[in-house]
Design a protein around this ligand. Structure first.
Ligand SMILES: NC(=O)C1=CN([C@@H]2O[C@H](COP(=O)(O)OP(=O)(O)OC[C@H]3O[C@@H](n4cnc5c(N)ncnc54)[C@H](OP(=O)(O)O)[C@@H]3O)[C@@H](O)[C@H]2O)C=CC1
Ligand SMILES: C[C@H]1O[C@H](OP(=O)(O)OP(=O)(O)OC[C@H]2O[C@@H](n3cnc4c(=O)[nH]c(N)nc43)[C@H](O)[C@@H]2O)[C@@H](O)[C@@H](O)C1=O
Length: 363
């Protein structure tokens, strides 16, 4: 990529997309374009064609997708498969038709089997059944990998797929029903701390500025307590606060700071080509994707305890077994990524504090 190359970041306002724009700007790329969802619905084939006809980008980062945590994936199953297949089919196909020099497709580590050997190597794709809670999303992402691979092999395109682990960072989703675990636990703990300090102005600020359904600072204290209860933040008669953790707390997860993720994507876009490693004469072609992670994981219970310590929350946690655990372990093998000269920088403790500060100043 040249510094003046025209680069389209699809999903430029999202968690990863915004970090990509920041990273590209910092590296001197200055011809970056993006469209919000309301400006360009990427599930609309004709609108995507018109956009590529008009804008003629040279490089594409495909970071737009229907994204959410375990319950959102399990609830909106049709949207997760339909939207993601449509978005990626439209963007990948138009990228081929418009001779894009390189495209980077973002998948997810949920593409690997539910009981995958650990750590998960790229070649374990399609070796066993998937985790059911996010199967529609995972199938769309596997289709994305195979679409990129197939276009490369049939049409000679240069499309690279990356499979990030669980991400967190600025512009994360803090919705208590639809978000991923880390932003959810940060917000719930923040509200729990405010409740144990009897600090209703912080609770009002949170509810007003990042509303949850049917709630605002205008509700009575009793109504607000009911709402907090609904989201698993409770106050006992002894004035003890408890924050609920979904599931058993036993699943292991790996977390990567979104700005590290963006740095890895730009690094791979700059240094890796589809044809570097694989040739179309190779009938055993696999691994057209690459894992992006830290190679380190933590149980959800220990994550909650780490957040408690870092944020100085005095209350307790409870476990809600009516919520799903999902995959019990999904640790990435990052040997390939490391061999390609990239390693993460932000560790989990630092990242939690960065995200908490971002949350307090932006939400
Ligand atoms: N977050 C995570 O933990 C992980 C994410 N990923 C993958 O990384 C990529 C980026 O995810 P992330 O940044 O977290 O997601 P976000 O939800 O933060 O951002 C998604 C972006 O996609 C855009 N978008 C969604 N639907 C459409 C549509 N129909 N038309 C146009 N734009 C649309 C949104 O636009 P707008 O802002 O205008 O609404 C938003 O900017 C995705 O492919 C995701 O699957 C993979 C593993 C983990
Ligand atoms: C990135 C990844 O994200 C999704 O998979 P996931 O890793 O299972 O997602 P998650 O972050 O929502 O949960 C991680 C774990 O944490 C537990 N957990 C506890 N308490 C809360 C809680 O309050 N909220 C949430 N969301 N989870 C909680 C939760 O029960 C689970 O055991 C995929 O659907 C798929 O889309 C995908 O690729």
């Amino acid at each position: 990529m040249k510094l003046n190359s025209k680069i389209y970041v699809a999903g430029h306002r999202g968690l990863v997309g915004s970090a990509l724009v920041k990273n590209l700007n910092k590296k001197g790329y200055h011809n970056i374009i993006g469209r919000t969802h309301s400006e360009l619905d990427l599930t609309d084939t004709m609108a995507v064609k018109d956009f590529f006809d008009k804008e003629k980008p040279e490089y594409v980062f495909l970071a737009a997708a229907k994204v959410g945590g375990i319950v959102a994936n399990n609830t909106y199953r049709a949207s997760f498969i339909y939207d993601n297949l449509m978005i990626q089919n439209n963007v990948i196909h138009q990228s081929y038709l418009h001779g894009i020099k390189k495209l980077l497709f973002l998948g997810s580590t949920c593409i690997y089997p539910k009981n995958c050997p650990q750590p998960m190597k790229e070649e374990y794709l399609l070796t066993d059944v998937l985790e059911y809670t996010n199967e529609p999303y995972a199938i769309a992402k596997i289709a994305g990998i195979k679409t990129c691979e197939s276009y490369n092999l049939q049409h000679g395109t240069n499309f690279v797929s990356v499979m990030p682990t669980n991400l967190y960072g600025p512009n994360d989703n803090f919705d208590l029903e639809k978000s991923h675990v880390l932003p959810a636990l940060i917000r719930k703990t923040h509200l729990g701390i405010a409740l144990e300090n009897n600090n209703w102005s912080i609770i009002d600020e949170d509810l007003n500025r990042l509303p949850i359904e049917g709630v605002s600072g205008k509700n009575s204290k009793k109504e607000k307590l009911d709402i907090l209860n609904r989201y698993g933040i409770t106050l006992s008669n002894q004035s003890e606060v408890t924050v609920e953790i979904w599931g058993s707390g036993k699943p292991m997860r790996e977390f990567l700071w979104s700005e590290d993720m963006a740095d890895a994507c730009v690094h791979l876009m700059e240094h890796r080509n589809f044809s570097d490693t694989y040739s179309s004469n190779d009938l055993e072609i696999r691994n057209t994707h690459i894992n992006i992670g830290t190679g380190v994981d933590i149980s959800i219970k220990d994550l909650a305890l780490l957040i408690k310590k870092l944020l100085n929350f005095k209350g307790n946690f409870s476990f809600n077994s009516n919520k799903p655990d999902g995959t019990l372990k999904k640790l990435t093998d990052v040997t390939k990524l490391n061999d390609l000269g990239w390693k993460h920088k932000v560790n989990l403790s630092d990242g939690i504090l960065l995200l908490y500060n971002w949350y307090k100043s932006h939400v």
